[in-house]
Design a protein around this ligand. Structure first.
Ligand code: BDR
Ligand code: CA
Length: 338
């Protein structure tokens, strides 16, 4: 039976990969997609999302626009990562799809209430829309199976040395979501940074015959501009798509349930503090600890298994196999030469 989900996105190169994967995976039923400002301004995010649905040849899926900015901060786009258009310059054709006349919060509420079973909310973006939903209609919390979010980290940051972009962009929203009493699964940088498609595979896909493969290859092949005077870097990360892979293949990840809170002040603003201690510390012993949310956190990932799941779901496994075979042949030739 398929898992009903609502995606909340800031499309975004890797949000695009996530949407393609989600609508193509037989075990995922995308009920709707809500958009929020993040990687790009809201109007761009909505347009990108609608175009990506066309690229996926997706059925009619309602899409709604949400928050134009975080709860407190001004919007800060990530054009140095996702390009000025949010899609790394991968030009997708214009679409006749249109966004819903209602906003993201109303669409999420409607979908949650009208669906028979509880629904998984998948947040691949700053959590402004989710926070607004849970503050406006707290009663829908019981209709949410769990919130799977790409965000945070138990180790390194990316927006700052310690904060991950989605949480850093709207830390208050993330704090509200974590404290809402809905089960949460954190797919953070600890795993996000490891699931990548080799450059050769992306190149083959980008220049191959398969229409979807060309889009996926181009998205994977986009480069992150390090700075104006440094050359751009290939990462090949499947990024947000990994959070959806984690839903359909949870065994590919090692998780732990740990206390988490969002730091709101100082340099650590936007950091997810994760308590990985195995024994109660002084704060607990002396009654100084306050309540942190208990969150299932993905700490390790079988990156190869996830990459393969991603490619095969999109019908692109053959390209990966061809490259793997070519690499094996090259390695064998090298051995012979030695
Ligand atoms: C997250 O931030 C965005 O750049 C990506 O789309 C992803 O959701 C990674 O920190
Ligand atoms: Ca995103």
């Amino acid at each position: 039976m398929s898992i009903p989900v609502i995606l909340d996105v800031d499309t975004g190169v890797d949000d695009a990969l996530a949407i393609l994967f989600a609508v193509r995976h037989p075990d995922i039923d995308v009920l709707g997609i809500t958009c929020v400002a993040g990687n790009a301004p809201l109007a761009q995010v909505v347009d990108n999302t609608l175009r990506v649905l066309d690229a996926a040849e997706a059925p009619e899926i309602p899409v709604a626009a949400g928050a134009v900015r975080p709860l407190l901060e001004p919007p800060r786009s990530a054009s140095h990562v996702h390009g000025a258009d949010g899609l790394g310059g991968v030009a997708l054709p214009p679409t006749t799809r249109r966004a819903e006349p209602v906003g993201a919060v109303e669409l999420m509420r409607r979908l949650l209430l009208e669906h028979d079973e509880p629904v998984t909310l998948v947040a691949l973006a700053p959590q402004t829309n989710l926070a607004l939903l849970l503050r406006t209609y707290p009663e829908v919390g019981s209709r949410i199976e769990r919130i799977v979010f790409m965000g945070g980290s138990a180790s390194v940051g990316n927006a700052t040395a310690v904060a991950e972009f989605n949480v850093w962009h709207d830390p208050e929203a993330a704090a509200i979501v974590l404290d809402a009493g809905v089960p949460c699964y954190m797919y953070g940088l600890d795993v996000f940074n490891h699931v990548a498609i080799e450059r050769d595979v992306a190149t083959i896909l980008e220049h191959g015959d398969d229409r979807l493969g060309r889009v996926v290859g181009a998205l994977l092949g986009h480069r992150i501009a390090l700075s104006e005077d440094e050359s751009a870097e290939y990462t090949g990360l499947i990024g947000d798509a990994g959070a959806i892979c984690a839903i359909v293949d949870p065994g590919a990840l090692r998780t732990q349930v740990r206390p988490v809170r969002v730091e709101l002040a100082g340099y650590g603003r936007g950091q997810t503090l994760v308590d990985l201690r195995r024994f109660p510390g002084e704060d607990v012993v002396h009654g100084l600890a306050d309540e942190w949310a208990e969150v299932e956190i993905a700490l390790e990932v079988d990156a190869e298994r996830m990459s393969r799941l991603f490619l095969t779901t999109l019908g692109l496994g053959a390209g990966a196999d061809a490259t793997a075979d070519a690499a094996a042949t090259a390695a064998a030739d090298l051995e012979v030469e030695r």
